[in-house]
Design a protein around this ligand. Structure first.
Ligand SMILES: Nc1nc2c(ncn2[C@@H]2O[C@H](COP(=O)(O)OP(=O)(O)OP(=O)(O)O)[C@@H](O)[C@H]2O)c(=O)[nH]1
Ligand SMILES: [Mg+2]
Length: 414
């Protein structure tokens, strides 16, 4: 347990502790994401200082709730056939033929604005907008596409040179002061053609840089001050700029939307798995701090008890966040050409009872509880139960994250 919560739980001087909250918080979160906004962190420190523990609880509770239910709406726009629907499927982690995927085709396919909800996180919606540039496209695509809808950001997709329609879209979105990112799809095809046509002088990095520079020059010519350009292949989401695009989106989002975005990310790399691990650990920490504050508010329930079905549900939720739920395990087994049973025996997080039988968690909780309760004797048993849940949940997250990393490496190797 971190020293801040330990100090708090031991019932020592809150006023002395308060000024340490603002500098302590950033040490607990990843560089990419945290659940509390700067204002929230400062408010918590202030009410702490004033001894208003009920307000500390309320502030944390509100931040956690906001981060859990924040809607995220992303508009995907661009020329017809540029790969918009394929890009949405790549973000959703769905194959083109899977249920719930966006329709993809070799002829103009998306004719009207269509929302695609994330299969696991329904608050995340990708809006597939009709393509520009065909005889049947909208007469004033920019006005109608950019419209008045409240999107969190736009993604302008193109599969070849940045067109005048793309430039117009970029300009309109820019004028509205909204965030947008330019994504060049099908770089796999472009590289293949370049290599075929210039087998002697072909250099992958040089081709990619040329494309990037061309986009940056056009965007800066039309007055975009901080153009963000990403080169991707919708068939290889672990390659090119796809991971960097997701990292950038995450960092640009407002704090309360980051958690939603992180959890819906597929396990593309160790870095994403780590961001998920840290954000989930932060949520455990915030819940612990909230409970610690409750322990010192008269007549407030500090801890509702250690409940096995609740813990099992929690482990399943973490497995879901990390893509280790039953259907995903089946898919991984298929990819690796092995059986679900084989996957289960090579991982540690798929057997709840193994965690519960692990005596080291209870021993750790007991040791900690004894040291806290040297001051506050009355709470000994509930503090012990509370710490057991705290350490158990940390163990859940670390084990699931380690398992998923191991499986990711195996999949990449295969
Ligand atoms: N090789 C390759 N093919 C791609 C990529 N992205 C899309 N495609 C293919 O390009 C074609 C068009 O893709 P769609 O996703 O339907 O394009 P769209 O922009 O949604 O098209 P409309 O709905 O008609 O506007 C399909 O045959 C896709 O399989 C990519 O990154 N690489
Ligand atoms: Mg489409």
């Amino acid at each position: 347990m971190d020293w801040f919560t330990s100090y708090f739980l031991s019932g020592k001087n809150f006023e002395q502790l308060a000024p340490k909250f603002v500098p302590h918080y950033p040490t607990l979160i990843s560089k990419a994401a945290g659940v509390l906004s700067q204002e929230s962190v400062e408010r918590i420190q202030r009410v702490f200082q004033e001894g208003k523990l009920k307000e500390v609880v309320e502030e944390i509770q509100e931040a956690l709730q906001k981060s859990e239910n924040a809607p995220l709406d992303v508009a995907v726009v661009g020329q017809s056939g540029s790969g918009k629907s394929s890009f949405i499927n790549a973000l959703l982690g769905l194959g083109h033929e899977e249920e719930g995927s966006a329709h993809v085709g070799v002829v103009p396919t998306t004719m009207k604005k269509t929302p695609y909800q994330h299969p696991k996180y329904p608050s995340v919606t990708f809006w597939d907008l009709p393509g520009t540039g065909t005889p049947n496209s909208l007469p004033y695509p920019c006005l109608e596409i950019v419209g008045d809808d409240d999107y969190d950001f736009f993604i302008i997709i193109s599969s070849s040179r940045f067109s005048s329609n793309d430039a117009l879209l970029a300009q309109k979105i820019n004028e509205k002061g909204m965030n947008f990112y330019c994504v060049r799809t099908m770089v796999d095809v472009e590289l293949h053609s370049e290599e075929k046509s210039k087998p002697i002088s072909f250099k992958k990095e040089r081709v990619l840089q040329q494309i990037r520079d061309d986009y940056l020059a056009i965007l800066s010519n039309i007055g975009v001050s901080n153009p963000r350009v990403f080169l991707v292949s919708n068939f290889h989401t672990d390659k090119f700029d796809f991971p960097r695009l997701q990292e950038t989106l995450l960092q640009d989002l407002p704090v309360h939307k980051r958690c939603t975005f992180v959890l819906q990310l597929s396990n593309l790399s160790d870095a994403f798995i780590e961001v998920k691990r840290v954000i989930l650990k932060e949520k455990i920490w915030l819940n612990a701090l909230k409970s610690a504050a409750l322990a010192f508010i008269p007549f407030m329930a500090f801890f509702s008890g250690f409940d096995l079905p609740k813990q099992e549900k929690c482990l399943n939720l973490y497995r879901n966040y990390f893509g280790l739920d039953e259907p995903s395990v089946k898919e991984i087994a298929q990819k690796l050409g092995t059986s679900v049973q084989e996957i289960k025996s090579s991982t540690k997080s798929l057997d709840f009872w193994l965690f519960v039988k692990n005596d080291s968690i209870a021993a750790k909780a007991m040791k900690c509880a004894e040291s806290f309760c040297s001051v506050n004797g009355g709470l000994r048993s509930s503090i012990f139960q509370f710490l057991k849940v705290y350490f158990l949940r940390l163990k859940f997250i670390n084990t699931v994250a380690d398992d998923v990393k191991m499986l990711l490496h195996k999949t990449l190797e295969s």
